[in-house]
Write a protein that binds this ligand. Structure first.
Ligand SMILES: [Zn+2]
Length: 184
């Protein structure tokens, strides 16, 4: 199974172009090699009243399902900057105070190409609050908050997002003072 319908070598035109080791194309005629490397995405996890801000996707893949504000990292861009940029582009909100939550792999299918991704997640705050949100209708049709109790059943577009939010909730919960540590 190749991640994209590429039948001919883009350098010599040979029809022997092969996809190897789930990583790269190779041309036995002219030895041209092209690595289909993992793509990096970056998203923000913004907590509001104990829930997480999610967007209803306005476009494929997974149109109509929920994802976090985020997107692919551009060439020569830091992942942190990509997360802030994508959040601003999609919601108009200024994410700040980023803290790395973790990374999880994902498959992202777009126009006959399957990209293996490494999705990076950062917790973030939005100083202005949700009142200033202005959704880009090309990216997000609406927004909603997803609580820890809803996490397993909410229509989340990508399993990597669900895993990241679960880790975020677990970390946030463990960071709260327990009855014993609070001296109660
Ligand atoms: Zn070739």
């Amino acid at each position: 199974m190749t991640p994209a319908p590429m039948k001919f070598c883009p350098r010599c035109g040979s029809d022997g172009y092969e996809y190897r080791d789930s990583k790269y194309w190779y041309c036995p005629s002219c030895f041209f090699t092209y690595f289909h490397n993992v793509a990096v995405s970056a998203s923000v996890i913004v907590a509001v009243d104990g829930s997480v801000l999610m967007l209803c996707r306005a476009k494929d893949p997974q149109k109509g399902m929920l994802s976090l504000p985020g997107g692919f990292v551009d060439p020569d861009e830091r992942a942190e900057d990509a997360a802030v940029r994508e959040c601003r582009e999609e919601t108009g909100l200024a994410a700040a105070g980023l803290r790395f939550v973790g990374s999880w792999p994902n498959d992202y299918a777009y126009k006959d190409v399957c990209y293996k991704t490494c999705d990076l997640y950062f917790s973030a705050t939005i100083g202005s609050g949700l009142a200033d949100m202005v959704l880009d209708p090309r990216e997000a049709a609406s927004w909603r908050l997803v609580s820890a109790e809803e996490l397993d059943t909410a229509p989340i577009a990508f399993e990597s997002h669900r895993r990241a939010i679960r880790a975020f909730f677990e970390t946030a919960h463990s960071a709260l003072p327990t009855a014993s540590s609070a001296g109660l």
